[in-house]
Every structure is written in structure tokens, then in C-alpha cells.
Design a binder for this molecule. Structure first.
Ligand code: KG4
Ligand code: ZN
Length: 343
């Protein structure tokens, strides 16, 4: 099975062809191209929706043709075309999905409408055998959720951020530090240069709460108050370290609680870390250790598959076709808000 995937929900224009030879083998990326628009958005300190739409218009057809040409795969050999139809920025979703639909109509291929969050979660199954149900912590620029994946298309949200998504908290904190967008990788680099741990007393929102929700805006505000008083570069390194370790403590607390109830219900299982923020090595290592202490198997995609990419969209298309889906209606409309439990 060969599926072509298109991702255009935010500031990456990405196309990928993924193959799965039979039901027993894993998925393989034949060719993927991710064009990051970061440089165009950086002067504005964040993603500018209109600018991202223009970039998708400019690049999508070129990148798709290049992916097909360099993979030496003819469109005739493709079994389906998958595109993100939500959640995300409406302009990008319209451009990517309409392009995919047009190619599907012209080539008589099934159109596969993919939920971006579902794709972030399922991509771990491309390279590993992970049976359902499994527990997931999805941490991205727009979402922070603890989820049970019951099937490829059935998800239960256990808890989520009541304010900022974790990636957003990283990005806003980086801005306070005067660092460029996207801020997550910049904060991680800063934190590596720390000289003293626990220099700052930062709040741990939602810590030990009875539910499974998260909150990060208070933490960001606490950092802002410290920065506004004026701190040296060396202090910023220490503050970045304390910020990350405070986040890890909050994530560990919420995940441990979710793991306990998951194990009680299902007896064992796997824990998956996913989304752009899962690229952070400090957080990856911390959550891995926690998962192993709880006796669960830990999976996290390689960094290029944590951040936005089209291979996860193509792979989700493969999972849909494998489950006898015949394709989605050409009339499927993009959904800027499309929660995992409404797939
Ligand atoms: O999943 P993603 O690529 O896009 C969304 O679906 O939102 O996530 C992007 C987010 C950004 O907020 C970015 O700052 C964050 O992931 N991020 C990181 C790291 N790399 C990317 N956050 C912390 N540490 C990193 N190394
Ligand atoms: Zn994403």
C-alpha cells in the first residue's frame, strides 16, 4: 500500500509518500519533503496565518511534484491521497485539502481526510508494533492532552490544558527571553547552559490535582515577573533550566496519575509521547524514566516525526485504508477545531 500525504495546517508545507508492504510489516517512508516556513514568520515573532497560506499556495504543487519525481513513483501506483483537514489554520487546511481533492478526482484515487492530532499519535505505530489501547501524552504548539487511543479512530481525552498549550508556553517564554520563534528549541539550548539548579521558586500549576488537566499560563507569568525585574544572561540559563524542570514535574505528576488508572483498567500497556514538544530531550528522558518505573513500554517518534510532517498524515491514511475505509467524501470540509473525540 502506498499513500501520499499532505500537511499544511500551520507553518510547514510538507509532502510524503509512505509504503506498507503487508499487514505484518512496518511502514516505510519512501520520500518526504518538509518545507519549514519559519524564516518567513520569524520577523513577526510567530505564525502569521495569511503569510502561511500564501506560502502553501506557492509551494505545495512544486513540493508534491518533487516528492513524486524523486521517489520515482508514478501517481498511478498510489493507493490514496491523505491531507490534514483539521485542526489548524483554515487557509492552510483549505489549500492542502482542496489540492488533494483535485488530484484525487483527476486520478480517481480515494481522498483521505486526516485529523492532525490523530496523525501525531498514530505515527509511533509506523515503526513499532503498539497494540490498542495505549496511553498518550500529546504535547504540541496547539494542544496538551492525555489521551487513551482505543483504536485508530477512537480516542478518549482524559485531560487537557485549561489555558496555554505547552508549546505555546515555551514559545511565549522564549519571547520574554528575547529568543527567536519557535521558542521551544531555543529554551532547551539555553537550559543546557545552566550553572545552578533551583535558583527560582516557580509555581507548579495543577500539581497533585484530582483531575488530569494541565495549566501553563501561571508558570509563564511567573517567568515574566522575574525577567521584568532584569536578569543577566547567566541567570536566564538557570531560569530556563528551572522552567523546564518545573514543566517536567507537572507532566510527571499528571502522567503518573493517568498511568496508574490506565494500568488498573488494562493491567499493562504502552505509553506514547507525541507532538512537537516531544522533541525536547530533557522532557523525553524524564517521561521515559517515569514510564519504565511504572512498568509500561515507552515510545516516542524520532524528532523529525515529532514536529509537523507529512509522513504522519500518509501513515494515518494507510491506517484508514487498512481498516477498510473506502475514502472520505470530496465534500468533507476543513475543520479548524476538530477534537480527537469527534473523529
Ligand atoms: O507539533 P508541532 O510541530 O506543531 C503543532 O501541531 O502545534 O509543535 C510545535 C511546537 C512549538 O511550540 C515549538 O516551540 C515546540 O513544538 N517545540 C519544542 C521543541 N521543539 C519544538 N518545545 C520544546 N523543546 C523543543 N526541543
Ligand atoms: Zn502538529
Amino acid at each position: 500500500m502506498l499513500v501520499l500525504g499532505i500537511e499544511s495546517s500551520c507553518d510547514e508545507t510538507a509532502v510524503s509518500i509512505v509504503e506498507k508492504k503487508n499487514s505484518l510489516c512496518k511502514g516505510k517512508i519512501i520520500k518526504e519533503i518538509v518545507w519549514s516556513q519559519i524564516k518567513s514568520h520569524q520577523p513577526f515573532g510567530g505564525v502569521v496565518p495569511e503569510l502561511s497560506s500564501r506560502e502553501h499556495v506557492r509551494l505545495l504543487d512544486k513540493i508534491t511534484k518533487k516528492t513524486l519525481r524523486e521517489s520515482k513513483i508514478n501517481l498511478k501506483e498510489i493507493d490514496g491521497i491523505a491531507a490534514t483537514i483539521g485542526p489548524g489554520l483554515l487557509g492552510g487546511l483549505l489549500i492542502g485539502s482542496n489540492y488533494a481533492k483535485a488530484v484525487c478526482i483527476a486520478s480517481k484515487k480515494p481522498f483521505l481526510a486526516v485529523n492532525h492530532l490523530q496523525a501525531h499519535i498514530l505515527i509511533s505505530r509506523m515503526e513499532n508494533t503498539i497494540p490498542f489501547p495505549f496511553l498518550v501524552l500529546l504535547i504540541s504548539g496547539g494542544h496538551t492532552q492525555l489521551v487513551i487511543a482505543k483504536n485508530y479512530n477512537k480516542f478518549e481525552i482524559l485531560g487537557e490544558s485549561v489555558d496555554d498549550a505547552l508549546g505555546e508556553a515555551f514559545d511565549k517564554t522564549a519571547k520574554l527571553f528575547g529568543l527567536k520563534y519557535p521558542g521551544g528549541p531555543e529554551i532547551e539550548k539555553f537550559a543546557k547552559k545552566f550553572s545552578k539548579k533551583n535558583s527560582y521558586l516557580l509555581p507548579k500549576p495543577m500539581y497533585k490535582r484530582n483531575n488530569l488537566n494541565f495549566s501553563f499560563s501561571g508558570l509563564k507569568t511567573a517567568v515574566r515577573k522575574i525577567v521584568e525585574k532584569g536578569i543577566s544572561k547567566k541567570d536566564k540559563f538557570n531560569l530556563a533550566y528551572d522552567f523546564q524542570s518545573c514543566i517536567l514535574k507537572c507532566l510527571e505528576d499528571r502522567c503518573a496519575k493517568a498511568m496508574d488508572s490506565f494500568i488498573e483498567k488494562y493491567h499493562c500497556g504502552s505509553f506514547i509521547l507525541s507532538g512537537g514538544v516531544a522533541s525536547n530531550m530533557f522532557l523525553r528522558n524524564g517521561i521515559k524514566k517515569l514510564t519504565e518505573r511504572k512498568g509500561m513500554k515507552f515510545f516516542v517518534p524520532k524528532i523529525s516525526l515529532c514536529v509537523d510532517n507529512a509522513s504522519m498524515i500518509a501513515w494515518t491514511g494507510i491506517e484508514k485504508l487498512e481498516n477498510d475505509e473506502k475514502g472520505d467524501p470530496i465534500s468533507s470540509i476543513p475543520q479548524p477545531r476538530w477534537p480527537l473525540n469527534k473523529i
